[in-house]
Write a new protein. Sequence first.
Length: 155
Amino acid sequence: MKKRINRKQKTGCKKQKPATCNHEPATMNQQPDVGFTLIEIMVAVSIIAIVLVSVYKMQAQTITMNYEARFYATAPLLAQLKIAEIEIENLGELADGSGDFGDEFPGYTWNVVIEDVESELLGNIAENLKKIDINVSFNTDEFTFSLRTYRFIQK
């Protein structure tokens, strides 16, 4: 009859734990690998980088759209304000001009061009008809709004 030999008996360690026994093979002392491999970390970092770049682009685009929406909501009102100022001016002072809207609207500038309308169809009435072009711009022509109107101004 063969006697079964215990592994501990084979290595010479009888009552010691296998991890502390000096005669154990090196592979038996290692614990199973825990953690992430380098490739897993690189994939995770690249995914995070792609997502962050996309979020940053969306944020920048949202800010630009906000400026644009604010401009196209404000510029028509400023152009109407300038038309009202032109209409109440003295006719002798009616001329081209440019300027800004002051501290209330920093960065907004205006340019007005007033021309006589010449038309054979309208005859003498055309003498009192004026073409008024108003350009409102923001941050040195980053955004531009143009308005053309015709006004009948009696002398």
